[in-house]
Design a protein around this ligand. Structure first.
Ligand SMILES: Nc1nc2c(c(=O)[nH]1)N[C@H]1C(S)=C(S)[C@@H](COP(=O)(O)OP(=O)(O)OC[C@H]3O[C@@H](n4cnc5c(=O)[nH]c(N)nc54)[C@H](O)[C@@H]3O)O[C@H]1N2
Ligand SMILES: Nc1nc2c(c(=O)[nH]1)N[C@H]1C(S)=C(S)[C@@H](COP(=O)(O)OP(=O)(O)OC[C@H]3O[C@@H](n4cnc5c(=O)[nH]c(N)nc54)[C@H](O)[C@@H]3O)O[C@H]1N2
Ligand code: SF4
Ligand SMILES: [Mo]
Length: 736
């Protein structure tokens, strides 16, 4: 009997007969299905602290209530993360909740029109149409796209319902666009996806190496932590652009775009050559050093200089600084993760930390900074690329363990990995995937090669979008829009970059009939007929307890965290915290040199550089770099675009940064409209001539939907993360 048939049989044997219309009860009868168990908002005129719902820094904000509604907020001075600071998005976090384009009712497409329907109808349409697709085309014909921007408990519930309840095999999330490379790199090098650092390391380093990471814009409060470092650290920024962060650094290595892998191999060779390897550490705690040393032979300083544009003397200075025995910390973000040889590049950074023993000690580490507020939660609990709790779908022991804890038949857990995001979209294009459920992500704007994306979605029989707003580029394409409550309108946990659980709370009422993601999933699970399977999953607090059980004996074990109040009292708690241990204020991993591989040794992993999938040249002579534009803009701007303050802090128009010499070469005038074209399409933006981009490259922010009309859909072969930060373009003035 197929897995799918078993799952169908299971549902059927468990379908309960309800008395009367289910969903209206769900909405109107508090308590019956758990909705009323969402805790009442905090006392009417109180102040309560909760973590921010934008970036992964995880700042704590004091939300002040008047007559039971959040009226304003201030940063929390007592929280170990932000110490009284917040960036503009944090200060303006309440504004997006009041936007006029909030989705307030479920919307169903009838012909070209979107019509308001009740929750009961919405859930029934969801169930009947998804079931019909599954019954006709099998369990691989429906997929879901999850997110790093909802609470951990919601992600866990979503992933569990989709895979164990609905019987889906395929589900991925926007963390593929963002973190997949770091996940893969850590798993292979350390044996588990485990970013080892604490933010305290920013303050305790002598040398801080930031690779493809624009902290001043993307993680401004982490940058503030660097500024608190009393050791006058050397700050080395590796970025082809002279970013705001590069301008503040002590050294800017303005490398040729996409030459990072060669740079790090070149530096490693110099470290080995000059006898700067921390030999005791390498011998006791790593594997693969000899092979790595041989691999480095061809990365001479002459070759490295030619490929990266960094002078040989400068390479020697940096290698000596890294190998000098000082506390060196390496930090990387999207300049590394979003590339065609991204996994090996991340591992080349890890290799430098291992070579020099810069791991497990204060002020050190090979540290991947996460992006979204709960990217870390999604890495552990979204049930997409990992089985809940950092387990493996393909490991029978893991499946048995999870099935036992959840009290579900082991057959309801898929024994294969999901297709990755790009492969799911391939499946849609090829007609194999006919139903798609998109939650808290806006891929019609943010996915690479967007032109293609919209036409791919048109192939679907049924597209469901669950979002706070009905106006997002993706929601506008949906057959069914499920209106979701947002940050501040629900409770649960988020896990920040340094593995710290923080709590969000309900301080505002969601508009209209919008429900929390948790309750939407609960409603759909009930209508689907798997009430019984999820009988323990009544509230986010219940799910937190289940997640604790799932984490047992995993590197992320957090059985020692009691509940949400405990997290609140302690000012956030980092994983791991096994049962019986008390939380410390800040902790890093690997202080004993024991990694999560079977022999407890970290691995040196390396490979020859790969070919550029679309080198600039010919008709498209420039390389397009993309990324964050300002600290006031968040991704596709569905939230930050709703705050007048943040709009005023953002560029008023969509722009392209171009070097003065290229402007001269191509006849571009600053402030004038230019056409930017790639093989995928062309867009018109305003030129901004500036030497902060290197000659031969241009930069566009990702916040306007036009940018991804140009980008090339190409993924790293190991992480399948898209290569957002490079494609070939041409630029020309628009004739008036
Ligand atoms: N204000 C704001 N903050 C955010 C976000 C936001 O949208 N707005 N998003 C959050 C999320 S989800 C994420 S993932 C993070 C992203 O945070 P970052 O990764 O810091 O941001 P990006 O601007 O995408 O990319 C960083 C840098 O990579 C550089 N880069 C491009 N190509 C290369 C290369 O080949 N080598 C090197 N070394 N560098 C290169 C770019 O020039 C850019 O300056 O930010 C988070 N914080
Ligand atoms: N060219 C280019 N493209 C990029 C990047 C790049 O550097 N360059 N970076 C990539 C990266 S790192 C990332 S992370 C992605 C981000 O890409 P997306 O995830 O598509 O961007 P967001 O705008 O954050 O989308 C989140 C959506 O969730 C909704 N939402 C917010 N809170 C909630 C909630 O609580 N519940 C529900 N149901 N919905 C909610 C928002 O309204 C919004 O529509 O973009 C990627 N795209
Ligand atoms: S730095 Fe990140 S977590 Fe802190 S206030 Fe800004 S957006 Fe929120
Ligand atoms: Mo991201």
């Amino acid at each position: 009997m197929s897995l799918y048939q078993k799952a169908v049989d299971l549902f059927q044997s468990r379908v309960r007969v309800h008395d009367g219309p289910l969903t209206s009860q769900l909405v109107r009868t508090p308590g019956k299905f758990g909705l009323g168990q969402v805790p009442d908002r905090v006392a009417p005129d109180a102040t309560t602290a909760m973590v921010c719902g934008f970036c992964s820094t995880g700042c704590s904000l004091n939300v002040h209530l008047r007559d039971g509604e959040a009226s304003n907020l201030t940063p929390n001075f007592d929280y170990p993360v932000n110490l009284g600071m917040a960036c503009p998005k944090g200060w303006e976090a309440l504004a997006p909740l009041a936007a006029t384009d909030r989705a307030t009712e479920p919307l169903l497409r009838v012909g070209e029109e979107m019509t308001e329907v009740s929750w009961e109808q919405a859930a029934e349409v969801f169930t009947s149409r998804m079931k019909a697709i599954l019954q006709t085309h099998g369990p691989e014909s429906v997929a879901f796209l999850s997110t790093g921007q909802i609470c951990t408990e919601e992600m866990a519930f979503l992933g569990a319902f989709a895979k164990f309840g609905m019987g889906l095999v395929h589900g991925d999330g926007n963390t593929r666009q963002c973190m997949a490379t770091a996940v893969r790199a850590y798993k292979e090098s350390f044996g588990f996806d485990a970013p080892p650092f604490s933010y305290a390391d920013f303050e305790q380093s002598d040398v801080i190496v930031l690779v493809g990471s624009n902290l001043c814009i993307a993680h401004p409060i982490m940058w503030q932590r660097i500024l608190r470092n009393p050791r006058s650290p050397e700050i080395i920024v590796v970025d082809p652009r002279r970013t705001e962060t590069a301008m503040q650094a002590t050294t800017h290595l303005a490398i040729s775009p996409k030459s990072d892998l060669i740079l790090f191999y070149g530096l490693a060779r110099l470290i080995v050559e000059r006898g700067l390897v921390e030999e005791d550490f390498v011998a006791a705690h790593t594997n693969g050093f000899e092979g790595f040393r041989d691999h480095l032979a061809s990365f001479t300083s002459e070759f490295t200089e030619r490929e990266t544009g960094i002078a040989a003397e400068e390479l020697i200075r940096i290698a000596e600084l890294i190998g000098s025995g000082k506390r060196v910390s390496f930090w990387w973000t999207m300049g590394v993760n979003q590339g065609w040889e991204a996994t090996r590049t991340a591992q080349a950074i890890i290799n430098l930390a291992l070579l020099t023993g810069n791991i497990g000690k204060p002020g050190t580490g090979a540290n991947s900074i996460t992006g979204q507020c709960n990217a870390m939660g999604s890495r552990l609990f979204s049930n997409t690329s990992n089985l809940l709790g950092g387990h493996e779908f393909t490991n029978p022991e893991h499946r048995t363990k999870v099935a036992k804890i959840l009290d579900i038949p082991v057959e309801s857990i898929p024994d294969q990995n999901s297709l990755a995001y790009d492969q799911i979209l391939e499946g849609v294009k090829a007609g194999r995937i006919k139903g798609l459920w998109v939650i808290a992500t806006n891929p019609a704007h943010s996915w690479i090669g967007r032109q293609e994306f919209s036409s791919v979605l048109a192939e679907l029989d049924f597209l469901v979008v669950q979002d706070m707003y009905h106006s997002t580029e993706t929601a506008r394409l949906a057959d069914l829009v499920l209106p979701a409550a947002g940050w501040g309108e629900k409770e649960g946990t988020l896990i920040n970059s340094e593995r710290r659980f923080g709590v969000v709370k309900k301080v505002s009422r969601a508009p209209g009939r919008a429900l929390t993601d948790f309750n939407i999933i609960r409603l759909l699970a009930t209508t689907w007929g798997c009430c019984e399977m999820f009988r323990r999953w009544k509230t986010p607090s219940d799910v937190f307890q289940i997640m604790k059980e799932l984490s047992a004996e995993q590197p992320c074990d957090f059985g020692g965290i009691e509940d949400f109040d405990h997290i609140d009292r302690e000012g956030g708690i980092q994983w791991p915290l096994p049962k019986g241990q008390s939380p410390e204020k800040e902790r890093r991993l690997f202080h004993e040199g024991a990694f999560y591989t079977p022999d407890a040794r970290a691995r040196f992993l390396y490979e020859s550089p790969a070919a550029d999938p679309e080198p600039p040249g010919g008709e498209y002579p420039l390389r397009l770099l993309t990324g964050r534009g300002s600290s006031a803009q968040w991704h596709t701007q569905t939230r930050t675009g709703k705050s007048g303050v943040l709009r005023n802090l953002s560029p008023a128009y969509n722009y392209l940064e171009i070097h003065p010499l290229d402007a001269l070469k191509y006849g571009i005038e600053s402030g004038r409209e230019v056409k930017v074209a790639s093989l995928r399409g062309s867009v018109t933006v305003q030129a901004f001539v500036t030497p902060t981009v290197p000659e031969g490259a241009v930069f566009m922010p990702m916040h306007e939907e036009t940018t991804n009309r140009l980008t090339l859909n190409f993924v790293d072969p190991y992480s399948r993360q898209p290569s957002y930060k490079s494609c070939a373009v041409a630029v020309a003035m628009v004739e008036k």
